[in-house]
Design a protein around this ligand. Structure first.
Ligand code: BJW
Length: 246
C-alpha cells in the first residue's frame, strides 16, 4: 500500500494524536462487528434490538445469553497487530489519547494505557437496579445472576442505546478531539452518536483526519486521507513505514 508522504511526515512530527476505534479493529481477533451480518443463533437479532434497557426488561435471560455468547468470543480472542501498533504509538507521541467504542478490553490487553473505554467493558457487570459495579453475582439457577445487595438482575457494564455516556469519559474524549493535530478513525461505521461526532469535532478544530477502514463510511468523504484495508495490516504498515527498523 502506497502511503502519502505528507501523512508520514505529520505522524512523525505530531505531538498530539487522538485515535477513535470501533469494532473493525477487533474483527481480525475474531470478534464479530455490529453492522456486518451476525452469525448462527444470533443472526435472527439485530444488535440494536438487544443492546437496550427495554429489551433487558422484556427478556433479561435472552439479552444476558447474547452477552455470554459475546464474552466467550472475547475470552478466546487475543489482541491483533492493530491493537499492538496503537500501544506502541502511545509511547511515540507525548499527547496521545485512544478513545474506543469497543467493550472487549483488547486495547488494554495490548498495553494501551491512555485509553477511554467510551461504551464500557463487557467483562464487568453492574446491578440493573442500583447501577453499582458487582464483582460476584448470586446464581439462583435462573440467568442473569442477581445483585448480592438488592437481589436485582445483573447486566453488563456497557452503554446501551438511549443511555448517557460517562461524563468524565466524554470530557476527556472531547478535549482530545479538540486539541489534537492528527485524528485517526479506525474500524468504525461512524453510525453511532456521540462517538461519531468526535472526528468531526477534530476536523472543525483544524486537525488532519485520517480514516483506516475496510469499507467506505460517512467520514471517508471528509477525511484528508483514507487508508483502505484491514486495520491489522494497515496500522503496522503505517508505523513501520514512519519509523523503519523499530
Ligand atoms: C474493518 C475491518 C477490519 C470491518 N479493518 N475496518 C444524534 C443523532 C441520531 C441519533 C442519536 C444522536 N444522539 C444519540 C442518538 C441515539 C443513539 C444513536 O447514535 N443511534 C444511531 C444508531 C442513530 N445513541 C445513543 O443512544 C447513545 N446515548 C446517548 O446519546 O444518550 C443521550 C442521553 C443523554 C442523557 C441522558 C440519557 C441519554 C448511546 C450509544 C451506545 C452505543 N452502544 C453500542 C452497544 C455497546 C454495548 C455492546 O457492545 O453491546 O455500542 S451499539 C454498538 O455500535 C456498540 C458500538 O460501540 C457502536 C459502534 O459500532 P462500530 O464500532 O462502529 O461497529 P460497526 O459494526 O458499526 O462498524 C464496523 C466498521 O469496521 C465498519 O465500517 C466495517 O467496514 C469496518 N471493518 N472489519 C478495518 N478488519
Amino acid at each position: 500500500m502506497q502511503l502519502p508522504p505528507q501523512l508520514l511526515d505529520i505522524l512523525r512530527k505530531a505531538s498530539r494524536v487522538t485515535v477513535l476505534t470501533g469494532a473493525g479493529i477487533s474483527a481480525d481477533s475474531g470478534i464479530p462487528t455490529f453492522r456486518d451480518p451476525q452469525h448462527g443463533l444470533w443472526s435472527r437479532f439485530r444488535p440494536e434490538d438487544l443492546a437496550n434497557a427495554e429489551a433487558f426488561k422484556r427478556d433479561p435471560a435472552l439479552v444476558w445469553g447474547w452477552y455470554e455468547w459475546r464474552r466467550e468470543a472475547v475470552r478466546a480472542a487475543e489482541p491483533n497487530p492493530a491493537h499492538l501498533a496503537l500501544a506502541t504509538l502511545e509511547h511515540r507521541v507525548p499527547g496521545f489519547t485512544l478513545i474506543t467504542q469497543n467493550v472487549d478490553g483488547l486495547h488494554a490487553r495490548a498495553g494501551s494505557r491512555k485509553l477511554v473505554e467510551l461504551h464500557g467493558n463487557i467483562m464487568r457487570n453492574k446491578c440493573f437496579a442500583e447501577g453499582t459495579v458487582v464483582e460476584q453475582g448470586v446464581d439462583d439457577g435462573e440467568p442473569p445472576p442477581k445483585c448480592p445487595r438488592c437481589g436485582g438482575p445483573l447486566r453488563p457494564d456497557v452503554v446501551w442505546f438511549g443511555e448517557a455516556l460517562d461524563e468524565q469519559h466524554m470530557a476527556t474524549a472531547d478535549k482530545a478531539a479538540r486539541e489534537c493535530e492528527l485524528f485517526l478513525v479506525i474500524g468504525t461505521s461512524a453510525a453511532v452518536m456521540p462517538a461519531a461526532h468526535f472526528p468531526r469535532v477534530a476536523l472543525q478544530s483544524g486537525a488532519v483526519l485520517v480514516e483506516i477502514n475496510r469499507d467506505e463510511t460517512p467520514l471517508s468523504a471528509v477525511s484528508h486521507a483514507v487508508l483502505r484495508g484491514p486495520a491489522a495490516l494497515v496500522l503496522p504498515h503505517l508505523l513501520n513505514t514512519a519509523w523503519p527498523g523499530n
